[in-house]
Structure formats: C-alpha cells, structure tokens
Design a protein around this ligand. Structure first.
Ligand code: NAG
Ligand code: NAG
Length: 340
C-alpha cells in the first residue's frame, strides 16, 4: 500500500521534514523534484547537524547530534581523478535532476556518480549538503592538493569551526595564510623543516601542533588560545616556569588547557620557586573535560591558584611510557565542574 506523503497537510509535512534525520531527509530529496522542493521549503536551519569534510576520503560526512549519520561520497571512478583547480560555479543542480545511488554498509552512505574529472566534485557535495541543511561546514581537513576547498568554503561562510591541515609540502606562505583564515581551531600536522613564524600568533580558540619545533617561548608568552597543544616542542622547563608565573599574574586569561611536550620534563623544575603551589592530598585520580570534548585523567598533580581565586591543575599525561606531556588545566572544566 502506498502512502500519499506529498498530499499530507502542510503543517504535518513541515513537522516531518524537521524531525527527520539527515539520512532520511536525503533519501526524501531523491524521490522526486517535488520532494526535494518540499524539503527545501520546510526544512529550517538544522542546529544539531554538522557537516564535516575529510580530505582523505573525498566525502562529506553529516553528523546528527554529534554522531555520524550518513556520508555522501563520490563513486570509485573518482578515485582515479586528477584534480584540476578550476573556477567552480556555485550550483545546486542535483537537487532536482540528479540521482544519488544508495550504498549501504554499516552506516548509510550515499554514492554520487561523478563523471567530470576536472573539477572537484566534493565542492558540489559540500554545496548541496550545506544548502539542504542550511548550515555551514563545521570541520574541514585539507592537504596541499585540496587547499582550494578551504578557500572555497571561506568564500561561502563567516567562520569555520575547525581546520585540519594534513601533512605534506605546504609552503611557509600557505601555512601563514592558514593562520589568518577564518577558522577558530587549527590543527597542523606538519610544517617544512625550516619553518618559522615571527611575531605573535593570531588569537583563536584552539591551536594544535604535531610538530612544535618552531613554537618559541615568545609564542607561548604572547598566546591567546583557550586550548593550546604543542607536541615535540623545544620549550624548556624554565620557559614553562616563566609562563606559569605569567598566567598567575593574569596573563593568557582565556586559557583553559595547555598541553606541552617538553624535553627533559620535570614537574619540580616547572614549578620551582613559584609561590602558592598547592600540593594534592587526594590519592584518587581527577577527571577534566576539555572544551573540545576530551576527557583527561590526572594522577600526580598539584594546583596553582591565581589571586582572583581561579585554580588550575598541573599534571602530566603519559603516552606509551616514552612520551610525557605536561598539562595545565584551568577550572572549571567544560562541564563546569570544580577540582574538589
Ligand atoms: C612534495 O613535493 C615534491 C616536489 O614538488 C614531490 O616530489 C613530493 O612527492 C611531494 N610530497 C608530498 C608528500 O606531496
Ligand atoms: C600530541 O601527541 C599525543 C600523543 O600521541 C596525541 O594524542 C595528541 O593528539 C597530539 N597533539 C597534537 C596537537 O598533535
């Protein structure tokens, strides 16, 4: 028995279109031009939908309530393409005449047949998905080959939540340019071996560096991030000691979590001579939620207290014994909890 969906009263249609999950909505748009237009007419801005574009897979992921709901991907022929950077025109052509073919594995995946190897079809997918859900791209990963996606997304929206820059051959200019893009959070996997950045880093929500050899004590002292994570840094215990004094005196006031991998790290050296270090008397471990949703666990730790009463835990996190990362975690955490 068929169900006369399109003949339901408008109020009901509107309710259904706004309650449906992304994969159901996408399914509906592919039924007919009328169905697509219906979604476009009734679907309001989707607050709990996030569009994530990952460079590795050439697909667009749609998250719903922070869970992966479906993926839009280009068919296997696309794997062979050689991407030519070309003027891309903003069109939403496959809203009506285009058909996605459904391909189901563990999760829903919509495959799109893409026959024009000279343009980047992922841009079309981004365009279509952001338009359908009336939302921006939340997170974007780009490599050298796909850096044009960043430029393109930036031309379409005010901000991007996060940008991951994957390894490989970025020039120093490209990296500097990225620091000044519209992203709130940056993760940089690699930089050229001679990279350096003079001056102050721009103020953003998060910065994550996998290779921190170019991150200087001056960058640390002038940083204005809520989350700062630097692996393989060249900073010393005494650089961090100086930073802790700066923080205690009211410096870097927005900081919530600082993670630094330091050579010859020593918690005693780092806190040497600092007045008001509060030892920890609690044998139990302590949990801390970062603003990007990671849960940290601290064992050995001490506390710092600023004159305005703000507390921070100083501790370390070990990765497979060999790597030890110093963490300064400012309370309250992202779940608004206090240390004790
Ligand atoms: C980096 O560029 C060089 C020369 O342009 C090239 O030979 C090499 O394959 C590139 N490496 C990566 C990871 O893209
Ligand atoms: C630093 O290294 C740790 C351990 O490998 C890793 O979990 C973390 O994501 C790295 N951080 C950055 C910013 O690369």
């Amino acid at each position: 028995m068929s169900f006369p969906f399109l003949r339901l009263p408008q109020v009901i249609l509107s309710i259904i279109v706004n309650l449906a999950e992304p994969k159901e909505i996408i399914c509906l748009t592919q039924c007919s031009k009328r169905a697509y237009n219906l979604v476009k007419t009734y679907r309001k801005k989707s607050e709990n939908v996030k569009i994530v574009v990952n460079d590795f897979e050439n697909n667009v992921k749609v998250f719903f309530d922070n869970k992966l709901n479906c993926r839009l991907s280009l068919d296997s022929l696309y794997g062979k393409w050689k991407l030519v950077e070309r003027e891309y025109s903003k069109t939403t052509f496959f809203g009506a005449d285009f058909r996605l073919s459904l391909y189901c594995e563990d999760e829903s995946e919509w495959k799109l047949k893409w026959d024009d190897p000279t343009t980047d079809g992922v841009l079309t997918l981004i365009d279509w998905a952001t338009d359908l859900f009336r939302t921006d791209v939340w997170s974007l990963s780009v490599s050298k080959r796909t850096i044009h996606r960043l430029k393109w997304v930036e031309s379409c929206q005010e901000h991007i939540k996060e940008v991951f820059l994957w390894a490989g051959n970025h020039t120093e200019d490209e990296i500097r340019c990225l620091f000044h893009s519209k992203a709130n959070k940056f993760y940089l996997l690699s930089v050229p071996p001679t990279f350096d950045y003079s001056g102050i880093l721009p103020s953003r929500t998060s910065l994550g560096l996998c290779q921190g050899f170019w991150f200087t004590p001056n960058h640390l002292m002038t940083s204005d991030f809520m989350e700062l994570s630097v692996n393989y840094s060249i900073l010393t215990n005494s650089n961090v000691n100086q930073f802790l004094r700066h923080w205690l005196a009211g410096g870097s006031p927005r900081l919530k979590t600082l993670s630094l991998e330091i050579k010859e790290f020593s918690l005693n050296e780092i806190t040497r001579g600092i007045e008001g270090v509060i030892p920890n008397g609690d044998p139990r471990s302590q949990k801390y939620w970062t603003i990007s949703g990671r849960e940290l666990t601290f064992n050995d730790r001490m506390y710092l207290k600023r004159s305005d009463g703000v507390m921070a835990t100083c501790s370390t996190i070990d990765y497979r014994i060999v790597r030890r990362i110093f963490v300064l975690a400012v309370w309250p955490d992202a779940k608004n909890r206090m240390p004790y």
